[in-house]
Design a protein around this ligand. Sequence first.
Ligand code: ARG
Length: 567
Amino acid sequence: MKQQIIDLIEKNVEGLNREEISALIEIPPKPELGDFAFPCFRLAKTMRKAPQMIAADIKDAIGEVDFIEEIAVQGAYLNFFIKKNIFVKSMVEAASADNFGGSNVGDGKCICIDYSSPNVAKNFHVGHLRTTIIGNSLYKIYSKLGYDVKRINHLGDWGTQFGKLIVAYKAWGNEEAVKKDGVGELMKLYVKFHDEAKENPTLNDEARAWFVKMEQGDEEALKIWQWFKDISLIEYKRTYDLLGMDFDYYLGESFYRDKTDDVVNKLTSANLLTESEGAKIVDLEAYDMAPCLILKNDGSSIYATRDLAAIFYRKDTYNFVKCLYVTGQEQKLHFSQVFKVVELLGNEWAKDQLVHIPYGLVSLEGAKLSTRSGNIIYAEDILLEAVSKVKDIIIENMEKKGQDIQDVDGTAKMVGVGAVLFNDLYNQRIKDVSFSWDKLLNFNGETGPYVQYTYARCSSILRGLDNYDENADIDYSLITDAASIDLLKEINRFPQVVVDAADKYEPSQIARFAVAVAQSFNKFYNENRINIDDSALKHARAALVKITRKTIKDAMLLLGIDCPEQM
Ligand code: ARG
């Protein structure tokens, strides 16, 4: 419908192309202002006429149109009222299309998303939960727009900390304990190392020596390191399974260890490296930034060096149009430095193709968690606790309402995990996330469970319809009430919402849209009975339930959340 309005304006107005017209067209907030509005302020400048007059002239030029009820001039706006039945039909049909909300603007172009990326031998904590959830949602959103997205897990699996761990393991560790407690035991060893090193600083030299051995390919060192990494990955994968998430590549920092020399060579030929206290740096003073450290005084590479190597590797291998990095805000400077260095090496594309996507902190004050050790919080524990709480709620509801839910465990998992994800994605990512079980699991709030519940309600309405024919012709002229039209308009925002979410790297736009559709549906459902005798009206209303159900599911999938048929 919008395209047809654009056609009309394009034919009757000079000096604006389709894209400009499309950007100007608004969806009025109130039905009294029509279905589409076109503001004429901008034209006033070029045409040197009052916008009201321009609006009136365009209206005259357009004249009668078969699908339009009325065009009204209100102030500087042209308000288009589409013939109701035509509008309803077009909205239902658009929303029924398989790829509704999606498009092929991405045209197979590659986007790399670097996210999750926990640090080996450390626990997968709530901060890593956020990058995982946001990164996964961006992957879904960009895929929906036709991009070829590479999900990259840039594991923190290289660096001096592994030298420390090897020293600690050899001094105080044993195989049994590590096998039994995995990452928990490795973290204890790490803490022990730091305690002991305070008394006995030579331990630090030993640790450095072991890392140097690792960098030189020493067999024993690498064997222990690989073992620690395997153990960590088993735990991380348990969390990913619970989340229903996966990666295309697990290419951690260690993957780039033989690619950092090339970075150093590039920087040397470009005359960008300077010495500073024995270390090699790129001076970034001209850009108001601290220098980017490339090689330490013992010649070993660091985090930034490996990130530089990763960027060149990804550009060569995937030819990305964008490479996104989802991490906490505290890494802002690190990425600004690294991106600047890439640019200084003559790569203009670094300016708009490398994007850091920061997010806020998680505060757990509102959630009492039974943590396994001290105050170290594992993402896995939060997810499992959510699932178990939801299971209790479901069982209680079943007893109270005499409801029979077929797959209690499956539903509890979908809803519990979904609630955590939704809570994380509902607010702008840069905001801090507060975590309270009451808020997160409120089936009536702006929550995952509320949206899923609305989905399950749609499914149950459709299951319960008498004499319903899936393929019956629909009489769209029967849908006239405000609640139905509002619902249709809400649903039809989906394609634009997906585009906006992608442009701003902001899954919250999808989460908010899902809540808006659910609220709009519940209003519609309050005012419209569905399973009625009037067959034509029943079928027309059921068509709305169907597209609501489908749109909610598709929107939730973009957040990484599935919806249960019963709840
Ligand atoms: N391992 C890092 C951390 O836990 C995140 C890595 C982000 N990605 C990157 N290419 N630097 O903080």
